[in-house]
Design a protein around this ligand. Sequence first.
Ligand code: NCD
Ligand code: ZN
Ligand code: ZN
Length: 416
Amino acid sequence: MTELDLVIKGRVLIGNEMQTICIGIEDGKITVLGKDLDGDKFLDYSKYLIMPGGIDIHTHMRDPGFTDKEDFHTGTMAAAFGGTTTIMDMPNTRPMVTNVSQLKDKLDIIGKKANVDYGLYASLTPDSDIKVLKELAVGFKLFMAETTSAVPISEEDIRNKLADPELEGQVVSVHAESPERFRDIEVTSLDTHDDSRPASAEIIAVENITQMKTSAIMHFAHLTDLMSFEKAFGYSNEITPHHMFLSTSSDLGARGRVNPPLRNIREQASLFTAFVKAQVGIIASDHAPHTMDEKKMPFGEAPSGLPGVETRLPMMLALVQSEQVSLRLVQATCCHNPARLFSLSKGQIDVGFDADLSIFDMTKNTKIKGERLHSKCGWTPFEDYNAIFPDHVFLRGRKIISDGKLIESGTGRNIV
Ligand code: NCD
Ligand code: ZN
Ligand code: ZN
C-alpha cells in the first residue's frame, strides 16, 4: 500500500462518541480513517480535539470599498485564527455586487488575499441577471430593508424576482425586516434602536417571503425572534452569536448597534434556549466590522454592524467545555449544516471531504481580548467572554495556523 501524504491523529467525534483516530489525507482530501495509519508525515495530536474547519456563511469582508474597516486578507486571517476555514462574503461592498462585471472585478481584487476558502454572494435586485451571476456567485442576498451600505428592494420586486425559474436550487439568503413595521423615532440607545426596528418587522417579513412562489432554496439570515422560527418552519435559518449572547441590557452603546437589533434580555435568553434545544439550523457571525471611530459617534449616527468571524467557533467551544451544549450541536450548526446548504464537500471529518481541520486544546480556556484579534477593526463586542481558540488549523491538508501563528497566507480558493 502506498503511503499517505499526511496522517493526523487526534480526538474526533464519531457519531456520539469521542474516539482517538488517524485521519489519512491525500491531495487535500480525507481519504481514509483508521485506528493506525502510516504517512509520509505523521502529526500526533492525541490529546487534542479535531473538528471540521468552521464554515461561516455570513460575513462582510468590506473589500473593495470599505478597506478602512476590513479587507479580504485581514478578514480571512481573522477567520483562520478562529478555526473557520470557509467564509461567504456579502455583496454590500462598493460597488455593490449586482452584475457579473462587478462580481468579476471583486474576484480580481481578492486575487491571492484569501487565507481561507471563500464564496461571494451577489445581490438580488430587480435587474440582476441570475443566469450569468449564478455561474460565479455562491448564492444571492436579498435585502428587504435599509441596512449598512445596502439598498433594499420592494416586496413587489422580490415577488417577481423570486419567481424566476433560473433561481432553481440557488441559495437566497434573506435579510428579513419589513420596513413598513419600522417606527420613525429618535434612536439614541440599544433600546430605542430595538423599538425602531421591532421584532414584528422581522416576523412579518419572514411570513411574507414564505408566501412567495420560488424554486430557490430560501435561507433566513440572523433571525432574532422565536415567532420568526415558527413562521420559517421548513426553511433554512441562521442565528448569530451576538443575538444569542448580547441584549439591549448589554453595556455596549453604539458598538452594539446592529441590524436586526439586539433584543431584550428575555428574548436573548429564549434564542439561546432554542439553540440548546437544537431548533436552530446554522450559526453565522454576520461579521460586519466598523472602525472604533465610527462606533464612537453619537448612537444615532454610528453605523450598524459588529465583528465576530474570529470569535464564533471559539465561543461555542467554551460552551462545550462548560457542558452547556454538546460538541455535536456545535459541529452541526457551525460546520455540517452550512456545508449541506451549499452542497460543499466540507464540514465533516469523513472520507471524500476536504481536509479542513481545526485542532483545539480543550483545557486552554481564555478570555477574548479585542486587541489580540485579527480583524482590522480592532475591537469586539465580546470582550472578556470565554473562548477556546485553535492551536492548529489545516486548509485542504495544508497547515495555515501552527501553534497559534499564521504560517501560510493566500492559500484560500473560491469554492464556486
Ligand atoms: C451589516 C453591515 O454592516 O454590512 N450590518 C448589520 O447591522 N448587520 C449589514 C447587514 O447584514 O444587515
Ligand atoms: Zn443583514
Ligand atoms: Zn450581514
